[in-house]
Design a protein around this ligand. Structure first.
Ligand SMILES: Cc1cc2nc3c(=O)[nH]c(=O)nc-3n(C[C@H](O)[C@H](O)[C@H](O)COP(=O)(O)O)c2cc1C
Length: 402
C-alpha cells in the first residue's frame, strides 16, 4: 500500500489500495453555508484517494466551522484571508491543481460571476479561472435561491467560462450538499483533461426470470463491474448512462435506468437506443433461460419440474438498434478461446473475458482478472479491486472510440 507521509501522526489517513488522485493537488475553498460541516469528511475522503488537499475559508464559513478542524482534516495550514503570502495566488502555484468551491453560497457564486473578490474564496476563483485551473463548484442553498433567475443566469455564465458544477441534492425543500462520491468523481475527471467525452451506455447487473409470483431464477452477478466501470468511464470524461442494477448508489452525474427482469432490460434498450451512443458495454448477466411462469405460487409439498427455455439474446437486440461499438463481457471457462469469434454475429469490436474456474470468484468487489481481447491483441488485467481493474478496462475501451 502506498502511503503519503504526514508530519502529524494524528492526521494519518488509511489510504485505499487504488489511488486515482495520487500526486494530485486540490485546493478546497469554502463559503458560508451550514453544510460546511460536511467538508472535513470530504477532505479526508479525497486524501484517502491519494490527494494532497489544502483548505481556504471565507470569513463567514470560518464562523460556522473552525479552521482548526480543517487543519486537522487536511494536515495542512488553512487560509482564512489574504495576507502578505498572497494566498489566492500561492495556493494554486505549481502544477495542475483543481479548485473545488464547496459549499458555494448564493453570495459567492454571484460574486464569482460578477468579478468581486472580497474573500479568499472569491479571490482564488478569479486567479484560477484566469490561470486555467479546473474549477468545480458545489452550490448549496434553499431551492428558492438555487432556482431563481439570478442564480440560473450566474450558473449559465460560469458554465460558459468553464466552471463545472456538481448539483446539490434536493431534500426537504433545500438544495443539500451531494454525496462525497459525486464530488470525488468530478474531481478525478477534472484532472483527465478530456474536452469532449464519448457517449457510453453500460448495461449491468443480474436480471431474473420469474418462476411463480414470488420466486425467480437469477445468477450470482453482483453488478460491481458495471458500477465501477461506469464510474471509471465518467472519471475519464465520458457521458455515461447505466441500464440495469448496481449494488449501491452511483454518483449523480451517471444516469441510471433501472432494470431487473429480462423484459425490463429489453424495454430499456429499446427506449435508450433511440438515441445514438458511441459505445455500448455489456457486463450484465441477463438470464440465458426463461421459465414458463406459474400464475399460482408453486407448492413446496410436491416435486416441481422447471423447464429452462433459451432466452432471446440481448446482444442481438442491441446490435439491431445500435451502430456504434459493442463490447460484451464473457464469463467463461479458462480453456475457452476465440472470444471475438464467439460474438462474430453481432460484430463486437472487443470482448472482456473472465473465468469462473480459476480458483477466485469473478463475482463481488474483490480481485479482478480479465482478458481484454480486440482485433489482433490480447491484454491480461489483474488487480486487487474491481475499481482498479475497471479503471484499466475503461482505458482500453477508450482506445476503441478515440
Ligand atoms: C447559519 C447560516 C447558514 C447559512 N446557509 C447558507 C446556505 O446554505 N447557502 C447560502 O447561499 N447562504 C447561506 N447563508 C448565508 C451566507 O452565509 C451569507 O450570504 C454570507 O454573506 C456568505 O458569505 P460567503 O459567500 O463569502 O461565505 C447562511 C448564513 C448563516 C448565518
Amino acid at each position: 500500500m502506498v502511503r503519503i507521509p504526514v508530519s502529524d501522526q494524528m492526521n494519518d489517513i488509511e489510504l485505499k489500495s487504488y489511488l486515482p488522485l495520487l500526486g494530485k493537488e486540490i485546493v478546497i475553498a469554502t463559503s458560508g453555508s451550514l453544510s460546511v460541516y460536511r467538508v472535513p469528511d470530504l477532505v479526508r475522503d479525497l486524501r484517502r484517494e491519494g490527494a494532497n488537499v489544502r483548505v481556504a475559508m471565507s470569513p463567514d464559513s470560518a464562523k460556522l466551522v473552525s479552521p482548526e478542524l480543517m487543519k486537522w482534516a487536511s494536515g495542512n495550514d488553512v487560509a482564512t484571508g489574504i495576507t502578505g503570502n498572497v494566498e489566492h495566488i500561492s495556493l494554486l502555484e505549481g502544477g495542475n491543481k483543481t479548485l473545488l468551491i464547496v459549499p458555494a453560497t448564493y453570495n459567492t457564486i454571484g460574486k464569482m460571476a460578477s468579478g468581486i473578490t472580497d474573500s479568499v474564496t472569491t479571490a482564488l476563483f478569479s486567479h484560477a479561472i484566469g490561470n486555467g485551473n479546473p474549477v468545480i463548484a458545489v452550490p448549496v442553498m434553499h431551492l428558492s435561491m438555487f432556482t431563481n433567475p439570478v442564480m440560473t443566469r450566474n450558473m449559465e455564465f460560469l458554465r460558459e467560462i468553464g466552471v463545472r458544477f456538481v448539483n446539490p441534492v434536493e431534500l426537504q425543500g433545500k438544495a443539500k450538499i451531494p454525496a462525497n462520491d459525486s464530488v470525488i468523481d468530478e474531481t478525478i475527471r477534472s484532472f483527465a483533461g478530456v474536452q469532449a467525452g464519448k457517449k457510453v451506455l453500460v448495461i449491468t447487473g443480474n436480471g431474473y426470470s420469474e418462476i411463480d409470483p414470488v420466486r425467480v431464477i437469477t445468477n450470482r452477478s453482483s453488478g460491481e463491474t458495471g458500477y465501477w466501470l461506469s464510474r471509471a468511464l465518467y472519471r475519464m470524461g465520458n457521458h455515461v448512462t447505466v441500464l440495469g442494477n448496481v449494488p449501491r448508489e452511483l454518483p449523480q452525474q451517471i444516469k441510471i435506468s433501472e432494470a431487473f427482469s429480462v423484459k425490463e432490460y429489453f424495454d430499456g434498450i429499446k427506449f435508450l437506443l433511440k438515441e445514438a451512443y458511441d459505445m455500448v458495454v455489456v457486463p450484465a448477466a441477463i438470464p440465458d433461460f426463461t421459465v414458463e411462469k406459474s400464475s399460482k405460487k408453486l407448492s413446496s409439498s410436491t416435486k416441481q419440474e422447471i423447464q429452462l427455455v433459451p432466452q432471446a439474446k440481448l446482444l442481438e437486440a442491441i446490435r439491431k438498434l445500435h451502430r456504434g461499438v459493442i463490447v460484451p463481457f464473457r464469463l467463461t471457462s479458462k480453456d475457452d478461446r476465440d472470444h471475438l469469434e464467439h460474438f462474430r454475429d453481432i460484430g463486437a469490436e472487443a470482448v472482456v473475458a473472465n473465468h469462473y474456474d480459476t480458483g477466485t470468484t469473478p463475482f463481488g468487489s474483490g480481485r479482478g482478472r480479465y482478458l481484454f481481447v480486440s482485433l489482433g491483441s490480447e491484454e491480461e488485467i489483474i488487480a486487487e479491486t474491481k475499481e482498479e481493474s475497471c479503471s484499466k478496462i475503461a482505458s482500453l475501451l477508450a482506445g476503441l472510440v478515440s
